[in-house]
Design a protein around this ligand. Sequence first.
Ligand code: NAD
Length: 235
Amino acid sequence: MTLQEIIDDSKKIVFFGGAGVSTESGIPDFRSEDGLYRMKYAVPPEVMLGCDYFFSHPDDFYRFYRDKMLPLWAKPNAAHLKLAELERAGKLLAVVTQNIDGLHQSAGSHRVYELHGSVHRNTCLKCGKKYDAAFIARSEGVPHCTCGGMIKPDVVLYGEPLDGETVEGALAAISEADTLIVAGTSLTVYPAAGFVHAFKGKHLVLINRDPTPLDCMCELVLRGKVGEVLSGIIV
Ligand code: NAD
């Protein structure tokens, strides 16, 4: 079956995505040729994005974070927009994303499980006061709350657990789906990558530029750009 035929045959689609969903919006992923992990930093990004590093080197963490993880200029691309359209048409149950950029919500999606949190939510570690991403972007050094506490982005750093409610909601949606579209992810970041195994439905589809460990289990593997592929779908 083609992707169009699979979508026509589906009533409860769930989309599971990763950093590759936002590369067409100009945000680099981690593991591609031009991804963040291939750029040369004195301290590797996977260390700087660790929970230990955040607390031991907050200045360096925020320098990297503001520079590379806070693309507030980015706009939703064709993939984000088509998924929002599928949700409005009543065909898409939920988006489960590993991304932290909030672009699915900007595109109009409502049921979005952000497994790794969001740059748009930031919390004072002392009093719990919330701050938006613009506050973090315009602050200098380590951002502090009016109470004096340090502010931490609500993103899941390496070494931190995922949020329990988000995990529950994401797994429930995936296990209820008749079609799971996995896209723009190397499926190497656990536990998120393991979520696709909760799928019990009919059609498993993968859209990814590079091969992934899931390819051999899929009914359909499309080796293209996720925005280009999804924009061809007629809802
Ligand atoms: P990854 O970098 O490990 O893998 C991205 C995958 O997407 C690669 O396999 C690549 O071939 C593919 N890809 C890139 N552009 C594509 C496109 N236009 N169309 C189709 N495929 C494309 O990303 P990951 O698996 O999501 O894991 C990285 C982690 O980094 C995630 O946990 C995520 O939270 C975080 N991250 C998030 C953002 C963001 O919020 N936009 C950006 C970078 C990293």
